[in-house]
Design a binder for this molecule. Structure first.
Ligand code: GRF
Length: 207
C-alpha cells in the first residue's frame, strides 16, 4: 500500500498543486487528503480538480481533534505537509505525527519566522532589513510557529532593486522546485536518523 500524505493549506495552494502533481503517478506515495481551515481557500478547488477528498475544519474542532483524528485514520495518512497553513498545530497532532509532519517557510529560518510572519510580511521584512539573500526552510513541526528541527534550506540572492514582490517570486520558484522532492526523500527514509537527530540549524543539504 502506498504511503499517504495529507496537505494542510489555508490559501491559494500553489505548493499543494505542485505536490499533488509530483506524486500523481508515484509508485510509493500519494496524496490522500487535503485539509483547510478556510472554506474559500483555492486549495479546495485544486483538491476538487484532482478528485481528492478535502475537509474544512473549524478552530474548536482543530484544538480538540476528535473528528480530524478520525479523518486522518480513515484516510490512512502517514505524513502531514503544511503548505501555507496558518493555524498553530495543537499538541495532540504534533504528538501523533512526530517526525512525520513538515512545514515550509519562505525565509531562511530562524530569520523572519514566528507568529504573524507569513506571506508578503516575510518578504517585506527581508527587503526592509536589507538582506542580501533569502530562501526557503523545510522543518519538522512542533508546538511553536516555525520552530521545529530544520531538514532543508536553500537560498536565492536579493538584489538591491528587488521588491517584496520580486523576492516572493524567487522564493516561490524554490518552493515549487524543492518541496515535493524533500517530502519524497523524508517519506522514503532517505535521510538517516543521524541526520534527523542533528540539532537545529545543523543543515542537511539534500540535493
Ligand atoms: C508559501 O510561501 C509557504 O512558504 C508559506 O505559505 C505560502 C503558501 O503559498 N508557508 P501557496 O498557497 O502554496 O501558494
Amino acid at each position: 500500500m502506498k504511503k499517504k500524505i495529507a496537505i494542510f493549506a489555508s490559501g491559494t495552494g500553489s505548493n499543494a498543486r505542485k505536490i499533488i502533481e509530483y506524486f500523481q503517478d508515484h509508485p510509493d506515495i500519494s496524496v490522500g487528503l487535503v485539509v483547510s481551515n478556510n472554506p474559500t481557500a483555492g486549495v479546495l478547488d485544486i483538491a476538487r480538480d484532482h478528485h481528492l477528498p478535502a475537509i474544512v475544519i473549524n478552530r474548536q474542532e482543530f484544538r480538540e481533534g476528535t473528528q480530524l483524528s478520525d479523518e486522518l485514520k480513515q484516510h490512512h495518512i502517514d505524513f502531514i505537509v503544511l503548505a501555507g497553513f496558518l493555524w498553530l498545530i495543537p499538541a495532540w497532532l504534533v504528538k501523533q505525527y512526530e517526525q512525520r509532519m513538515v512545514n515550509i517557510h519562505p525565509s531562511l529560518l530562524p530569520k523572519f519566522g514566528g507568529k504573524g510572519m507569513y506571506g508578503m510580511h516575510v518578504h517585506e521584512a527581508v527587503c526592509q532589513a536589507g538582506e542580501r539573500e533569502t530562501g526557503i526552510t523545510i522543518h519538522y513541526v512542533n508546538e511553536q510557529y516555525d520552530d521545529g528541527n530544520i531538514v532543508f534550506q536553500t537560498k536565492c540572492i536579493v538584489e538591491p532593486d528587488d521588491t517584496p514582490h520580486t523576492v516572493a517570486k524567487k522564493v516561490q520558484q524554490l518552493e515549487h522546485r524543492y518541496f515535493p522532492e524533500v517530502i519524497e526523500q523524508l517519506m522514503l527514509n532517505n535521510i538517516s536518523q543521524y541526520h534527523l537527530s542533528l540539532p537545529k540549524n545543523n543543515l542537511f543539504p539534500l540535493l
